[in-house]
Design a protein around this ligand. Structure first.
Ligand SMILES: Cc1cc2nc3c(=O)[nH]c(=O)nc-3n(C[C@H](O)[C@H](O)[C@H](O)COP(=O)(O)O)c2cc1C
Length: 415
């Protein structure tokens, strides 16, 4: 399905090095049969020539609010009424600040004030500019008002620094934009997602942990929310902000996570366990800091509760999706391991990923997923986790419906 076909997209381009990506964006939008009109800020036209975007869009490019040569006396109103969505890519820090505060001193910011269509932004800037308190406050204001953010991603930047602030690549921007027009696959469905690592105390200052960053679970929670679900996220300790519109409960240990899941799972129709929950914990954590003695120290470990299997074994279990992080690759037995886990835990779907590979899995932005259920499997090739999440949700939604649980028993019958 091509959600962008025949959609009228107003592409706003602002002044940053990533403006070169807007040329590719226009080409790809037209390949998806979207109609595109481009509005550039003055700064943007110093980074990429309007002629390039004019040639690629097949339309005149709009730069000025007061333009005697414009066919329209009020281009800001006409363009705002014309479009089905405003996509600003790249979106500068300056543009985000103007949008957040309702400034209207050029064509792009003025038409955004006049637009009733959804506004989608793909920020691009130096990491310090992105992390600056004023930019973060502007982001929060815009999110609150329903502006959709695509990225930014993390990585090497034009200024030579590394960190958050890179504009997403064109395919990801297109997918994020298409999501605006896609039907809400999980409209009204109640979902519980677990994410992140757990910490098992050794003493009051030390713990056993793992390398999970929580990025996959947070991306899934966000994608499910975007697709209409009501999402509760139970998260181990991570440094990620709660996705917009998602209720979040923070926990620390496997026991805390098990308790939080047990008390809330009764309300959910889909349970997605992405958290890397410790399999073992210290049997008797020390009540005081353990001192160095030079002697061998043995920690006695005991198994933690198996949250996934416990949920799957409930009398009116939700549609249950487990994640398996394995060190075996796709060709090295990952499918077998995933299949065995699917059966052993009695769950509906398992999503296996290969960790320990440079650049994917734990602590990384990318992943490769093998999705297996009782009657089939799909490989989602290596891609950013945000993109994989958007690919995974329709598969979960389809299997959930196939299992006939869309109209499943309500919360009261799940005691
Ligand atoms: C070489 C250069 C690169 C820049 N790159 C960015 C950028 O990536 N992101 C950003 O927010 N601002 C960047 N700026 C600053 C903006 O161009 C500047 O804030 C400008 O006022 C933005 O105007 P606009 O939002 O109207 O396009 C850059 C400036 C220069 C000189």
């Amino acid at each position: 399905m091509n959600a962008l076909a025949h959609k009228r997209i107003l592409l706003g381009v602002t002044g940053g090095v990533a403006a070169y990506k807007s040329a590719e964006l226009v080409r790809r939008l037209r390949e998806h049969e979207a109609e595109v009109r481009v509005v550039m800020t003055r700064s943007a036209s110093l980074f990429i020539g309007p002629q390039t975007l004019e040639a690629l869009s097949g339309e005149r490019v709009y730069c000025e609010l007061f333009d005697p040569a414009s066919p329209s006396a009020m281009p800001h109103i006409d363009l705002a009424r014309w479009c089905d969505a405003v996509l600003i890519a790249p979106a500068s820090a300056h543009l985000l600040a103007k949008l957040a505060h309702g400034l209207a001193d050029d064509l792009l910011s003025t038409l955004c004030l006049a637009a009733t269509a959804p506004i989608v932004v793909a920020p691009a800037m130096n990491r310090e500019m992105w992390l600056a308190p004023s930019t973060q406050v502007n982001r929060a204001i815009l999110l609150e008002r329903g502006v959709r953010f695509l990225g930014p991603g993390e990585g090497e930047q034009a200024c030579g620094e590394t960190g958050p602030g890179r504009m997403l690549e064109v395919p990801e921007v297109l997918e994020g934009l298409a999501a605006v027009f896609e039907p809400a696959l999980l409209s009204g469905v109640r979902v519980l997602v677990t994410a992140g690592p757990t910490r098992e105390a050794i003493d009051p200052v030390r713990f056993l942990g793992n390398r999970s960053s929580g990025k996959m679970g947070y991306a899934l929670a966000e994608a499910m929310r975007e697709m209409g679900a009501s999402v509760l996220l139970i998260s181990g300790p991570v440094h990620l902000p709660a996705p917009r519109g998602v209720e979040r409960v923070m926990v620390e240990s496997a026991a805390d996570m098990a308790a939080a899941v047990t008390s809330r799972v009764v309300d959910c129709e889909i349970f997605v366990a992405t958290a890397a929950v410790a399999d073992y914990r210290c049997r008797a954590p020390a009540g005081h800091k353990i001192r160095r003695t030079g002697e061998l120290l043995t920690l006695e470990l005991e198994p933690t509760p198996d949250i996934l299997a416990t949920v799957a074994a409930r009398p009116a279990a939700p549609f249950t999706v487990g994640f398996a992080a394995e060190t075996e690759g796709i060709d090295g037995g990952l499918a077998d391991l995933a299949g065995r886990k699917l059966v052993a835990k009695g769950i509906d779907m398992i999503v296996a990923n290969h960790v320990g590979e440079p650049g994917q899995g734990f602590e990384s932005d990318d992943n490769e997923l093998l999705v297996s259920w009782h009657a089939g499997e799909r490989l989602l090739p290596r891609a950013p986790k945000t993109r994989l999440a958007r690919q995974l949700v329709p598969i979960i939604a389809e299997r959930f419906r196939a299992k006939g649980q869309a109209q499943g028993p309500g919360p009261t019958s799940r005691a």
